[in-house]
Design a protein around this ligand. Structure first.
Ligand code: GLA
Length: 734
């Protein structure tokens, strides 16, 4: 609900939160309150005193005038606020002083979709649009705020319009700014690199500015576009959390600045570093949408809101309630050593253990026998796939399997027919030798001809109607970022223009092929964000297929993403990334709650473990529907233990996963308290038929298996002997 008082106090309020601001003195939008839902939000007051601080903080001859201590909605620079601004723009006088004052507002039912950027779906929500104006340079800013009836989510964005007669240069144009009152806060954020994405880090908010950002062209595994600002003594269950992410896949920036009065400013948007946008008279610039989740129930409460919102309002509707097919992916099974006959043979193996889809990963196109060539030449290698992809797909489908294929459409190898024909179709800086990453360059998606060419190629591949799934990969960061089709003056627009080109392609393709399941990948999780998930139903979060390596990654993912959007497979052992030897069971269990499950194993690995694999795949299929739409909980995480719970939406089935990393002698006994069961219902542990009441499992807890020092591996009260052991328990409501 949006309430506007006669005194121009604006309240957005639902059962989860209230967000209040007002038109303050001189027309500046002053932030008043963000937090737990209030009964009368319009009565809330700002805790900001207009007080006499003297000295350098005394402006306009007014003893109490000082924007640097005023909580604001969309702060600018050049006047009396010295914190990092949401808006920073050079005007035709060459300075950056901007004063944005309230002009008018309107309220719409539902929400608008952004035209060139992905945006959250609407539904039962309303949007307040407040128009601010810099009267001198005729800059108008529309701030959009969407509040949903049924989610603790606030979606914000800004649209900048140049109504003047001169060009503007936009530097910072954050999607949102939230000024939180002085308190002790901690930050939780997710960082990493290839194969160790999404590691969590927490710290006390320091004085000064803490920034996570990307300047790699993609949202990146180094810093995921997500921050949770947690109020003092917050944990999984308790505490106020203000979290933020961005529906954007390029260079992002989320910063937390603790100012001189301990106030905290949270900025979310496109990275302003190495960014500059020329805004011609009459033109406008639309920022991506920032999504904010407030939780008064700690991290668990926060994740629950993100999970349901992403599932309901971000990921494509066609798949968000569909169980995903179990699959065999050829990558870690065969790498580039793949051909028509091998795929057919693997398909038979896949069928023999009950899998439902085969995914032909890298190596199928023209002369692609290693990673040194052929990206861009999206037609089948004539020697290894003489019948072409359509025919192969038909043969696979005749066997009763679905067929999926890998592509990397944003890239080009210098050894390719496409590069010979169009050496100018790449991102590059004049006079510099472009750095090769994995032997490849990045196609110039600022160039509409390039985007159209790739659309045609992919359209041709998909129009045969035989491809059920696409793994869309992107395997390098961008360097020497420049585009020959963009003027020299506008080169700092290239990273954003690239992303707009990518979104236009994804938009066309996914609209034309709504029944194709798209999986997002960028060397694993180098571009896992809400922007990509708006087009793609699932994501390969990491190339780390070792179960222990993956535990941290899934745990990190779960702060923000529902596990419905993740894929996981049983890879080889010893693991190819870290060399660890682990059981098939633990390799399955690490991904047990991810919606898409499969294997990537060689023929002989499949043969040697056929019975166990068949059993696990059967389990995955039996519970495929359960793994969509339920709730995931982090119950316990320590250096040696991960314990997670997943419960179906109808609360009829509950899964408990316990991972013990290193075995040790004479360990203490442990128990765990389950959550969100029906307290008056009875739940049967399927492995031994034991009955428990929901109440008992939640309050008295469940005894975790002891780490065995004997050979008693079969008994359910013991973990399998040795390191990296795990157990998955299923409870069914009776
Ligand atoms: C990336 C992906 C892998 C695989 C290879 C193929 O590294 O993350 O899963 O598809 O590319 O080259």
């Amino acid at each position: 609900m949006i309430i506007v008082s006669e005194k121009n106090i604006f309240s957005l309020t639902n059962k989860y939160y209230s967000y209040v601001f007002r038109v303050g003195d001189g027309g500046i939008l002053e932030h008043i309150y963000y937090g737990s839902s209030l009964i009368n939000p319009n009565n809330s007051v700002s805790h900001h005193y207009q007080t006499h601080r003297d000295g350098v903080l005394h402006f306009q001859g007014k003893k109490n005038y000082n924007l640097s201590e005023l909580p604001q909605e969309y702060p600018t620079f050049g006047s009396t606020d010295f914190r990092f601004p949401a808006f920073h723009c050079k005007n035709s006088d060459g300075n950056t002083a901007t004063v944005l004052k309230y002009k008018n507002h309107r309220i719409i039912k539902g929400k608008n979709y952004l035209s060139a950027l992905p945006s959250a779906r609407g539904g039962e929500c309303s949007t307040l649009i407040v128009c601010l104006e810099d009267n001198l340079h005729k800059i108008e800013v529309d701030l959009a705020y969407t509040i949903y009836d049924n989610y603790g989510v606030l979606v914000r964005s800004a649209n900048i319009k140049n109504n003047g007669n001169n060009k503007l240069e936009l530097n910072n144009i954050y999607s949102s700014s939230i000024d939180l009152p002085a308190s002790e806060y901690e930050i939780l954020h997710l960082h990493g690199s290839w194969s160790r994405e999404l590691s969590e880090e927490s710290m006390i908010v320091p004085s000064g500015r803490f920034v996570i950002e990307s300047n790699r062209g993609s949202s990146s595994a180094a810093h995921f576009p997500f921050i949770a600002v947690c109020e003092e003594q917050c944990n999984e269950i308790h505490g106020n959390i203000y979290s933020s992410s961005l529906i954007y896949s390029g260079n992002h920036s989320i910063s937390v600045e603790k100012g001189e009065f301990n106030d905290v400013r949270l900025l979310t948007g496109i990275n302003s570093f190495n960014f500059n946008w020329s805004l011609n008279p009459g033109d406008n610039f639309q920022t991506p949408e920032a999504v904010h989740v407030y939780s008064k129930n700690g991290l668990r409460g926060m994740s629950n809101i993100w999970h349901s919102f992403i599932r309901d309002k971000i990921t494509p509707k066609n798949f968000n309630i569909k169980p995903r097919p179990t699959y065999l992916n050829t990558w870690e099974s065969s790498y580039f050593d793949i051909d028509h006959q091998k795929v057919l043979k693997l398909a038979d193996k896949a069928l023999s253990i009950g899998l439902e889809m085969i995914v032909l990963d890298d190596g199928w196109f023209d002369r692609r026998i290693d990673d040194s060539s052929s990206l861009g030449d999206w037609y089948a290698d004539t020697k290894r796939f003489p019948d072409g992809i359509q025919d192969l797909a038909i043969q696979i489908k005749r066997k009763g399997l679905k067929f999926g294929i890998w592509i990397e459409p944003e890239m080009i190898s210098t050894k390719s027919e496409l590069f010979k024909k169009h050496p100018d179709w790449v991102l590059k800086a004049p006079g510099r030798i472009p750095s090769l990453g994995r032997n490849q360059l990045v196609l110039d998606y600022c160039n509409a001809d390039v985007v159209n060419y790739i659309f045609d190629k992919l359209d041709k591949l998909l129009s045969g109607g035989n491809i059920d799934y696409i793994k869309w990969d992107m395997n390098r960061n961008m360097s020497e970022v420049g585009s020959p089709v963009v003027s020299a003056k506008q080169q700092l627009e290239v990273p954003h223009r690239y992303i707009l080109g990518l979104y236009s392609l994804l938009n066309r393709l996914t609209k034309k092929y709504p029944n194709v399941l798209f999986e997002n990948c960028a060397s694993g999780g180098n571009r896992l964000d809400l922007g990509m998930l708006r087009y793609m139903s699932q994501s390969w979060p990491s190339d780390m297929s070792d179960p222990i390596g993956r535990l941290n990654i899934i745990n990190g993912c779960s702060y923000l993403f529902p596990l419905d959007v993740l894929s996981a497979y049983i890879g080889p052992s010893p693991n190819h990334q870290n060399g660890r030897i682990s059981s098939i069971n633990s390799r399955f269990n690490a991904g047990a709650f991810c919606a898409a499950k499969g294997i990537s194993l060689s023929d002989s690995d499949i043969d040697n473990n056929a019975n166990e694999l068949a059993k696990l795949i059967n389990f995955a299929k039996e519970h495929a529907t359960d793994m969509i739409g339920g709730s995931f909980y982090r119950l316990k995480k320590s250096a040696n233990v991960f314990c997670w719970q997943y419960i179906t939406k109808d609360k009829k089935k509950c899964f408990l996963l316990y991972f013990h990393i290193l075995s040790g002698p004479n360990e203490p006994f442990q128990h765990i308290k389950l959550v969100e069961l029906e307290k008056n219902s009875k739940y049967k542990q399927t492995s031994n038929g034991k009955l428990y009441s929901g109440n008992l499992l939640m309050e008295n807890g469940f005894t975790l298996p002891y780490v065995s020092m004997t050979n008693d591996n079969k008994s359910i009260s013991y973990m399998p002997k040795g390191d990296f052991s795990s157990k998955l328990f299923v409870f069914k409501k009776v």
